[in-house]
Design a protein around this ligand. Structure first.
Ligand code: GUN
Length: 291
């Protein structure tokens, strides 16, 4: 059986086109495009790359990007004051504080300071609660992007066995909620799960969000399963020269692809969907604020 390689890049480009159309309708209705404020605290090099991508893609979709860069030693009160200012600023539709934050700042306090209607990350406890109770909410971008790929690949997900490996608030837990809403039978597995391989090998849908490079190999994959790799890990690649790195997922691609019915690659799978869904959430937040 041929393994389908799920092209998240192509899918995300189509999604961004529809978001750009929405953004232009909003601009016509309210006299300005949807606006996303992005806050970066400190010098985390991966975060800098992510934030630069988010800003570029926001502007490419015809939306306004507002950037705030704060020093690594910024205290919590300063960050909370900035968030409060943006919450009250009518020209800001979406607010994203890039994580992780420096140690002196309590991430939960920051996440829950963002007005829920501007929380385009979908991390606020109100949005998490709305999702968990099946109500309309702003949904975390990475799991929502995974769900769109799964629906496109499989159509109805009803009744399928889904295993999500990883229990983070950003990916694992909201992914499980979304799959439950689709009437999957959902298992959340993690680093302490007993017989993890056997648990995963029963999955029709296997979502890997463990944060460990290439941990999920072919032995974890049921023949014909759909495998979604959320991981983005930078690993040494001495074969490319001294000091060189390559990007790889949480899935050992070659052995997993040999058994899967469909699989996302890294890069070019889930990654581009995350930003596309952030742009979508920004347009949704803007439309809801003015409707
Ligand atoms: N850091 C890693 N992923 C994310 C994300 O989706 N949103 C934010 N704000 N920070 C992140």
């Amino acid at each position: 059986m041929e393994t389908k390689i799920i092209d998240g890049k192509a899918f995300s480009e189509k999604l961004v086109e529809t978001v750009a159309v929405e953004a232009s309708k909003i601009k016509n209705a309210i006299g300005r495009p949807p606006a996303l404020a992005v806050v970066l605290v400190g010098e985390n090099s991966a975060s800098k790359v992510y934030v630069r991508n988010k800003i570029e893609r926001t502007e490419a979709a015809g939306m306004r990007s507002i950037e705030h860069r704060l020093d690594a030693d910024t205290d919590q009160a300063t960050l909370l004051a900035l968030i409060e200012e943006m919450n009250n600023d009518d020209a800001v539709d979406g607010i994203l504080v890039q994580l992780p934050l420096p140690d002196q700042i309590d991430e939960d306090a920051v996440i829950n300071a963002v007005a829920p209607e501007k929380d385009v990350d979908g991390f606020h406890v109100v949005n998490a609660g709305l999702l968990a109770t099946g109500q309309d909410s702003l949904v975390p971008c990475t799991p929502y992007g995974c769900l769109l790929l799964l629906r496109d690949q499989l159509g109805s997900l009803s009744g399928l066995n889904a295993v999500v490996v990883g229990r983070s608030n950003i990916v694992g837990k909201p992914m499980a909620q979304l799959l439950l809403k689709e009437s999957c039978t959902v298992t959340i597995a993690h680093s302490r799960t007993k017989d993890l391989k056997e648990v995963c090998a029963r999955a029709d849908i296997l979502v890997a969000a463990v944060g460990r490079a290439e941990m999920i190999d072919g032995d974890y994959v049921k023949p014909g399963a759909t495998v979604i790799d959320v991981g983005i890990n930078r690993v040494a690649a001495p074969e490319r020269g001294e000091g060189k790195f390559r990007l790889t997922g949480d899935v050992d691609y070659d052995s997993a692809a040999a058994k899967a019915g469909a699989i996302t690659p890294v890069p070019g799978g889930v990654g581009p969907m995350t930003i596309a869904c952030l742009l979508r959430n920004t347009a949704v937040a803007a439309a809801r604020r003015f409707n």
